[in-house]
Ligand binder design. Structure first.
Ligand code: PHE
Length: 345
């Protein structure tokens, strides 16, 4: 087989590939020109039987033909593929509106925390926080509740197995431990708020959840500078801002080991303005939280000298306020994960 034949094959192949109009034809041509029984393959195989001189003469033309045809094959393959595509079905309309991704949004409690923080920060308060996994010292001892104190029973506690540790751990039952944590690292005067999640080991019903949120506030200054009157005024200012109309606050003597004197405080019913309705059971007042003047023992636990400072602390449950403001009937809804509930806010 000579060079002339190679040229013939090359011409024939180039024409065939250029004219091929379908995949099937291309496959046939591939077999015909490169297959095991093709002339080209036979010529390549036959090379080894030729003399060195013959090889030098005809070898390059066989290789050359093969290269040329391979290229023609690749070009034809691309062309057939391109011609065979259904471009209309692949058309992309760049002006078509996009597919809207479903967006989540903030939980009503989160929104409310931001709202309350906003009111207090405008009044000059700093926002502080502390751990939800707390130890016995901050949650109880430092707040004047040593281990034998009966007041510990007021807050049913989720204790954490703490065997082998030097202190007992628990899920904080209130946000008050942050009072001590904050005072350990700050010197009065200061005013802070502490929003946070708290936990109580109790059975749940429409007004109780084991996991809920509290809002703590602490204002401390030199002795004589901060009084119960300041607390009452601050509370009235805050609740008026929060509910958008005038609110009265009243104090009732009560007991919390970390305040002296201690109070519970009520606000005038936000539904009837204190006249008496079903929501306040005809009383005109709604219980909100605890408050009082900080016990000197708490200052001492935080490292302050006895008698130098004076201040008030108060705390209330956020879910209760949210329920009033948004007319939510059941405290368990907040943690239910039920999107039908969440989507309403
Ligand atoms: N920590 C108290 C509770 O959870 C509320 C409170 C806060 C009372 C601050 C007095 C002062 O019941």
């Amino acid at each position: 087989m000579g060079t002339e034949r190679m040229t013939e094959i090359e011409e024939e192949g180039k024409r065939a590939f250029a004219e091929a109009g379908s995949d099937e034809v291309l496959r046939e041509l591939e077999v015909r020109f490169f297959g095991r029984k093709s002339e080209l393959t036979a010529a390549l195989k036959g090379l080894k039987d030729l003399s060195a001189e013959e090889k030098r003469e005809i070898g390059p033309s066989i290789q050359g033909t093969r290269t040329v045809l391979m290229e023609a094959f690749v070009v034809a393959k691309e062309r057939v593929e391109r011609e065979g595509r259904d471009w209309e079905s692949e058309r992309i309309d760049v002006t078509a509106p996009g597919i809207a991704e479903p967006l989540g949004h903030l939980h009503p409690i989160t929104t409310m925390i931001a709202e309350i923080e906003d009111i207090f920060t405008r009044l000059g308060f700093d926002v502080a926080d502390g751990p939800e996994l707390e130890n016995e010292f901050y949650n109880f001892d430092a707040l004047n509740m040593p281990s034998d104190h009966p007041a510990r029973d007021m807050q049913d506690t989720f204790w954490i197995e703490s065997e082998g540790l030097d202190t007992r751990y628990l899920l904080r039952t209130h946000t008050s431990p942050v009072q001590v944590r904050y005072m350990e690292t700050h010197v009065p005067p200061f005013r802070i708020i502490v929003p946070g999640r708290v936990f109580r080991n109790e059975s749940t019903d429409a007004t109780h959840e084991h996991t809920f949120h509290q809002f703590e506030s602490l204002v401390v200054g030199e002795t004589g500078d901060v009084t119960v009157g300041h607390f009452k005024h601050l509370a009235e200012t805050f609740f008026a801002e929060f509910f958008g109309h005038k609110i009265d606050v009243r104090l009732r003597p009560s007991y919390f080991p970390f305040v002296e004197p201690g109070f519970e405080f009520d606000i005038s019913c936000v539904f009837c303005d204190g006249k008496g309705c079903a929501s306040c059971k005809g009383i005109g007042w709604i219980e909100i939280g605890g408050a009082g003047m900080v016990q000197q023992k708490v200052f001492e636990a935080a490292g302050y000298p006895r008698g130098k400072y004076q201040g008030f602390a108060w705390g209330f449950g956020l879910e209760r306020l949210a329920m009033m403001k948004r007319r939510i009937p059941d405290a368990r809804l907040f943690m239910s994960g039920d999107l039908r509930f969440i989507r309403q806010f």
